[in-house]
Design a protein around this ligand. Structure first.
Ligand SMILES: [Zn+2]
Length: 272
């Protein structure tokens, strides 16, 4: 019974998450104005705002202008409800589970925004990290989780610095060969960024939840998940080449979190 209530609560939060996903990238307020149709701007009635059911009832169309409402809205509501139920089911009924489930919801929003807009709002990214730390079950665990987050934030910043240096210097060499005398002193050198700053914060959020060993596994898993997508896009034109990485990191975190016991035993078995 309690899980039905948690599921419904998750649906409502998912409905709010849709507002966050639409408005945060446009730098609009998430509280005002009230929910409206993105095509005709008509303010929605309360019964147009019931998660999933309103979408089904209206058959995916706006009640006023009949323009199509994307299926992504009910999907996000169902995913939010599922995440909330799964986290409370696996981690027990506690405040810590609430923070953890909320962190997964924020990562869901970040994944969708990264995918749709190819950008990552810092506000949500930091909120996910704060929620991950808030989910610590004691003060000493909070210190440990914070240390783990710092290790990965620092390690990846160093990695990014080194990779960007290597890529930039090879780009410089290529550019020098290509330049003719008249534009030689005209252009500034290209700078190639290896890793997104936002990805580093997501990795340190993962470290705050999973600890060092499982985070390394999750990062490896995210790369494995991304590989088929990367291979698909490898021959596409350059502008399509930017693949959002946060959806893969978030999915890898969820899988590692759900199956942390078998994964942990497998990893320990490898080195035993
Ligand atoms: Zn409308």
């Amino acid at each position: 019974m309690i899980f039905i209530l948690i599921f419904i609560f998750g649906l409502l939060l998912g409905s709010f998450l849709n507002v966050v996903i639409i408005r945060i990238p446009k730098e609009q307020s998430i509280a005002f104005p009230p929910s409206h149709c993105t095509s005709c701007n008509a303010t929605l009635k309360w019964y147009h705002n019931i998660p999933v059911f309103s979408w089904l009832f209206l058959r995916g169309k706006c009640a006023f202008c009949k323009s199509k409402i994307s299926m992504i809205y009910p999907i996000i509501e169902i995913l939010s409800a599922a995440l909330f139920t799964i986290v409370f089911y696996t981690s027990g009924l506690s405040l810590s589970s609430f923070f953890l489930a909320s962190m997964f919801l924020i990562l869901l929003a970040l994944s969708v925004i990264d995918f749709k807009y190819k950008m990552v709002p810092d506000s949500l990214n930091l909120l996910a990290l704060v929620l991950a730390l808030a989910a610590s079950q004691s003060f000493s665990l909070l210190i440990t989780n914070f240390k783990n987050a710092l290790i990965f934030a620092g390690g990846f910043t160093l990695l990014r610095f080194a990779l960007s240096y290597l890529l930039t210097s090879s780009a410089k060499i290529k550019a020098k060969k290509r330049w003719t005398t008249w534009n030689k002193n005209y252009h500034t050198y290209p700078y190639v960024e290896a890793l997104g700053e936002a990805d580093i914060i997501v990795v340190s959020t993962i470290a705050a939840v999973l600890g060092v060993g499982l985070t390394l596994f999750a990062i490896f898993l995210s790369a494995v998940l991304a590989l088929p997508v990367m291979l698909f896009f490898i021959n596409k034109p350059v502008q399509d080449n930017k693949i959002p990485f946060i959806p893969f990191l978030a999915t890898a975190l969820l899988i590692t979190y759900l199956f942390h016991l078998p994964i942990y035993h497998y990893l320990v078995g490898l080195y035993a």
